[in-house]
Design a protein around this ligand. Structure first.
Ligand code: PMP
Length: 402
């Protein structure tokens, strides 16, 4: 079952008390970005009010404190992801992390790169100019076909990009098995964990690179992470040179700093890193098992409700390992923008319409736009029911079949 969100958690998210034109806010757009709890906001604020200095630059007290705090969060990220702290690079977001790997790896234009069929544009596009790109094979529901995957691996791809959880269908891929198979075939493995990271702690021993964003795990926007196994990370060409990435510079030459600093040119999002540390602490306080189970139960509730609506067609699998994301096509409704707008303006329910930055995947299912509801630890059955009650009314009013 899905327990109601406890009052103490609701209290950590002041936005949940925001009134939208007389309606209580129902936030079902966490796959776009999660809400930020007060302890995270306070930690970001603590950086600016108590520390404020740049890192790795000076020897004064404030700078040393900022550097220590920053590096402590790196250790926390390492612990959460199962990498070592010198294998953790701070970037701007998942997209930047993906581009760092794709542009930094030595690749030949004839090399084969496999990308996930349900992948986000940022898991696909960075590879297009670098190599031959092929899609991972899937069945009619978008679930990977492991037999055909094994066949493709015999073509010896240089890189296999996997998506842990689809931000459209909510389906979790069997990435542990898939990355082991890819490693056995000699490929470098890259995991897009943007959608899964705040719901399930990664535990993939054969993943070479792991990319995610802080803003989808209760942290701030503008901060991402790339984790890379040391020898794989060492192969990457740094995308940007400048301050912070060199040990010494003379008139002609320079020597790059050791890992991971050579990938962090310029002043980073220091306050954001403080916030990410607090976000990880918050997830541990909730209990990682509780968080993961909530995701599963919320996902089941969304699917259960959708299954009783004849007008709704669910994108992707309705069974198996999935999280709290539901994408729907609605018979007779080509554009979903008006639906999302009415849900927002007349009901206070925030969800998303469009192609969710995964257009090749969405286009395989429908010519129409889709509507996505996605939840997190601050959503419960009340929110699911509010969404479907409103949707029933809107679909009825817009004249679609119901
Ligand atoms: N991959 C997946 C699966 C995502 O869900 C997202 C964010 N919606 C991204 C990549 C991109 O993340 P960002 O916009 O933070 O770079």
């Amino acid at each position: 079952g899905l327990p109601p969100v406890p009052a103490r958690i609701r209290a950590d998210f002041p936005l949940l008390s925001r009134d939208i034109d007389g309606h209580r806010l129902v936030y079902l757009d966490s796959a776009a970005t999660s809400l930020t709890p007060l302890p995270v906001v306070e930690e970001i604020s603590r950086f600016y009010t108590e520390v404020a200095a740049n890192i790795h630059r000076g020897k004064h007290v404030l700078s040393e404190q900022a550097s220590d705090d920053f590096e402590n969060v790196r250790m926390k990220v390492a612990q959460y992801t199962g990498f070592r702290s010198n294998e953790v690079v701070f970037t701007a977001n998942t997209t930047a992390s993906m581009n760092l790997v794709a542009s930094g790896l030595p690749l030949d234009p004839d090399d084969l790169v496999l990308v996930p069929a349900d992948g986000h544009h940022s898991a696909i596009l960075p590879w297009r100019d670098r190599a031959r790109v092929a899609w991972l094979p899937t069945d009619g529901h978008g679930v990977v076909d492991l037999d055909r995957y094994a066949e493709l691996l015999s073509e010896r791809p240089a890189v296999v990009v996997l998506s842990h959880c689809s931000n459209v269908s909510g389906a979790y891929a069997p990435v542990e098995t898939m990355s082991r198979m890819a490693k056995e075939a000699g490929a470098v493995t890259v995991l897009d964990a943007a959608q899964s990271i705040g719901h399930r702690r990664p535990k993939h021993t054969t993943i070479d690179f792991l990319a995610f964003s802080a803003h989808k795990m209760l942290g701030p926007t503008g901060l991402g992470v790339l984790c890379g196994r040391y020898d794989q990370l060492a192969r990457l060409t740094p995308p940007a040179l400048g301050g912070g990435v060199v040990d010494w510079v003379d008139e002609q030459r320079h020597e790059l700093r050791k890992l991971p600093h050579r990938f962090e040119a310029g002043t980073p999002h220091i306050a954001g890193v403080y916030g990410l540390g607090a976000a990880i602490d918050y997830l541990y306080r909730l209990g990682l098992d509780t968080v993961a189970e909530h995701d599963r139960a919320l996902g089941r509730a969304l699917v259960e409700q959708a299954s009783t609506r004849p007008y709704a067609r669910i994108l992707g699998p309705t069974e198996g390992d999935r999280g709290a994301i539901l994408s729907l096509a609605i018979d007779g409704l080509h554009s979903m923008k008006p639906v999302a707008q009415i849900l927002s303006d007349s009901y206070g329910i925030m969800c998303r319409s469009g192609h969710m930055c995964a257009q090749p995947f969405v286009d395989r299912f429908t010519d129409d736009e889709i509507l996505r509801a996605s939840g997190y630890i601050y959503n419960d059955l009340d929110d699911v029911h509010a969404f479907f009650t409103a949707l029933d009314e809107i679909v009825g009013a817009l004249g679609a079949r119901s």
